[in-house]
Design a protein around this ligand. Sequence first.
Ligand code: SF4
Length: 471
Amino acid sequence: MKYHLVILGCQMNQADAERVQAVMAKMGYAATETEEEANVIGIIACSVRQKAIDKVYSKIAKWNKWKNKRNLITFVSGCILPDDHQKFLKLFDLVFDMKELASFPAMLSQYGVTTPVSNFSRLHDEELVEIAAPASVADKLNFAGAKPVSKVAAAPQTWEVEPIYNSNFEAFIPIQNGCNKFCTFCAVPYTRGREVSRSSADIIEEARQLVEKGYKSITLLGQNVNSYGLDKKGEELSFAQLLDALGQMADDSGRDVWIYFTSPHPRDMTRDVIETIAKYRSLAKQIHLPVQSGDDKVLIRMNRKHSMERYREVVGWIRELIPSATLFTDVIVGFTGETEEQFEQTRAAVREFRYNMAYIAMYSPRPGAASFAWQDDVPHAVKKERYAVLTGDLEKVAFEHTRKLKDETVRLLVRGKDKKDGYLSGHTEGKIIVRFPSDDESLIGSFVDVRIESVRPFSAEGELVTREVEA
Ligand code: SF4
């Protein structure tokens, strides 16, 4: 029996998918890249953007048509808004919360491996369209005031299932799930519920096993990694203590590994987290600190719960304690009500903090988020213009860093073939992308040293100097 899994969205969904794959493998299913030959097809959904939600509806419409000709079971899990959840119940054979993953085999076997054509597949296309239609304005308004998922704290989490890692050199470890922040542009607290921290003993053990197996890059995942442990105050480690334990374990192993985390929240970032990163060679000197906007009033409307003064303080610690660290961020331009002056403040923040990379998004209302009900009043053309201007600012500040890499020899984790023919590419500890000419695919997954010959704002190119010698 074969299964096919479609994974949408962020790294958290990727980590969840690795656990779904493990459960399918345990049940005797083999993975297939081809939807057409699968007996079971699943999708790990994402509700962050309407495009991702639309994709779920278009996929299931196609799969349900196939059910007229052959037996097929479909399931959906991941980040699902309550409104879509109700609709998915009519479209998919199985809809489950990731926290119910341990019960998935029982659900699937109850369903039977070969199902008759579902009731739904007999519906007409018009009904499909109707069910997939976006929520009405009334629904939107209703939803903006909806309560977040509440039963989460007591429920088991996906991390209780051992994953099948999709890579043999880089892995993601979920350390926390959910979010208590309720940024007005984001639906995560409604899809994933409140923050729940995983046991530190389990995290350290998973990381230890990965380090022992020779993994080179490990990323700790959570919506707000640095509020790790706050839901179990007094019983669990703090985020800084967790990093300390991981740094100690990895350094003591004598192996070379870079341990990253994403994403922290500026409000919860403490000085001891930065001190701990500085202390251990295995804790990667790269920090992703979302700023979203450089204007305090916009930050209030975004409900970010921190000011620029607070953000500045955190960046000050990073520059003081880890001067070599690269700094990445997320920015939204054209958030509802953003004025030209407020956008200028964001430009000033990019110049002040000299980011190495910023993931800039033009604001678009996200279903389920509080701001979905607000007027999206910055015209698209203005958003595009702001996006281009900010990208130009970013290129300038990022280039100041990459320019310094010229003629230097940098260490690289080779991640795969580059788009440019005959080249491999990877990234430095600071996640600067570097490519070099080589067709030796055995280098993928190992550390190499590359001498940089040419640089661009966000990447560099060079010649291979040495390849890794395992410790
Ligand atoms: S901190 Fe804000 S943006 Fe991040 S997951 Fe929570 S609500 Fe969403």
